[in-house]
Ligand binder design. Structure first.
Ligand code: HEM
Ligand code: HEM
Length: 340
């Protein structure tokens, strides 16, 4: 048992270093000088504690952290689909429809805070939310911990990873957050271009990027994430009639001035994370670009300009993390049974 654990952890460590090496290498840029742009490439993940990451990977995929025994983090942040669920709003416990679109977990460690309104300061604080949210996993932190404590292989793994007996919600969320920190997507074609490879973008994509900058999109979508670093009003020039009751940042600050300010979403991997906006109302990138141009900047793009911007946005799709499905330890006789 101990040997198996040790072997699987060694294997995990090796797998992660291989992955990290791959994402660092890839295509060699033709010149190593970084172009000076209001954006920056995504860096490969640095894994300091592969055993913690491996435990987090198990927890991320374990549906027993939900009341129904059916919903895991991956149900709504599907790593086969850009870390999102591609639904207007997620389906949670008992088929409940949430009020808001699920953002991607990819590169989320670089956000200034978590959630559309930034109510969680970091990934660890965020991870406690969905487990206990009645419309998502509908569990309690105590039940989640009791479930893990009833499974001997989890008890052993937590002891080995944390070097002390016991499981609590802080350890659970710390492990999940450590796993999420590895979910970064370097190696997009745009990043190769940024690093000096002129051939990485087509003429149309490059024109799209120039339009993106010259029309002012980078005022809000900038930095390594093309977003994720500020809250901005949705509907600067024209009001946006949202199909969601969410009010944005004012829910956290209580300030009227923050009403309808949302965290600017990252545009990394945006090709994969449809539908768009906090209410998921824009089904296509064409539509999202049209709305952004009109209500944020007061611009109406021609069909061909819109197409160029969309072509550029698709160059932001990075190398997706290659995640092996974890093998989860079986429940024991004393594991609380799932309930509807
Ligand atoms: C938001 C991770 C479970 C639906 C987020 C964010 C992260 C995350 C990091 C914030 C991303 C950002 O703001 O850019 C996780 C983890 C989970 C989990 C680690 C498991 C413990 C779920 C489940 C659902 C779900 C099961 C669907 C039933 C959502 C929604 C949001 C969100 C709708 C946006 C909520 C808001 O901003 O108010 N999640 N999630 N998540 N997640 Fe999850
Ligand atoms: C959302 C592109 C300009 C702030 C988005 C989304 C896209 C996009 C594709 C949806 C992302 C998603 O839901 O995952 C663009 C383009 C722009 C532009 C192409 C230039 C035409 C701006 C500007 C601002 C801004 C100038 C700030 C004044 C936001 C905000 C959201 C967003 C706050 C989230 C809105 C919500 O969901 O309610 N943008 N954007 N954008 N963008 Fe932009």
């Amino acid at each position: 048992h101990i040997t198996m654990n040790a072997t699987s952890r060694l294997f995990a460590a090796a797998a992660f270093s291989v992955l990290a090496a791959c994402s660092e290498g890839g295509q060699t840029p033709r010149s190593s000088s970084l172009r000076s742009e209001p954006v920056a490439p995504v860096a490969a993940a640095r894994v300091d504690d592969p055993e913690l990451v491996e435990l987090g990977r198990k927890l991320y995929f374990d549906p027993r952290l939900s009341k129904s025994g059916f919903i895991s983090c991956n149900s709504c942040h599907n790593l086969s689909m850009g870390g999102s669920d591609n639904l207007k709003s997620s389906i949670g416990h008992n088929w409940s429809k949430g009020p808001i679109n699920a953002p991607t977990v990819l590169n989320s460690s670089m956000n200034l805070a978590q959630f559309w309104d930034g109510r969680a300061k970091d990934l660890q604080e965020q991870a406690g939310g969905p487990i206990a949210n009645p419309g998502e996993m509908a569990f309690t932190h105590k039940l989640a911990v009791d479930m893990l404590l009833s499974i001997p292989a989890y008890v052993d793994e937590f002891r080995e990873v944390f070097g002390a007996e016991g499981i609590d919600i802080k350890k659970v969320t710390k492990a999940i957050a450590a796993f999420e920190e590895t979910l970064v997507t370097p190696g997009s074609r745009f990043d190769f271009w940024l690093k000096g490879d002129d051939r990485a973008l087509s003429a149309e994509e490059l024109e799209g990027y120039q339009l993106f900058k010259s029309s002012g999109c980078t005022a809000c979508h900038n930095g390594p994430l093309f977003g994720g670093n500020s809250y901005q009003k949705m509907g600067v020039i024209e009001p946006y009639s949202a199909k969601s009751p969410a009010e944005g940042r004012s829910a956290v600050t209580g300030r009227d001035a923050d009403r309808f300010n949302f965290k600017v979403p990252t545009l990394r991997n945006v090709e994969l994370t449809y539908p768009y906006f906090h209410d998921g109302e824009a089904e296509t990138l064409t539509e999202a670009v049209e709305v952004m141009g009109r209500i944020q900047l007061g611009r109406t793009y021609s069909e061909s300009d819109n197409r160029k911007i969309v072509a550029f946005l698709k160059t932001l799709t990075g190398k997706q993390p290659e995640i092996m499905l974890p093998l989860l330890p079986p429940s024991s006789d004393s594991t609380p049974r799932p309930t509807p």
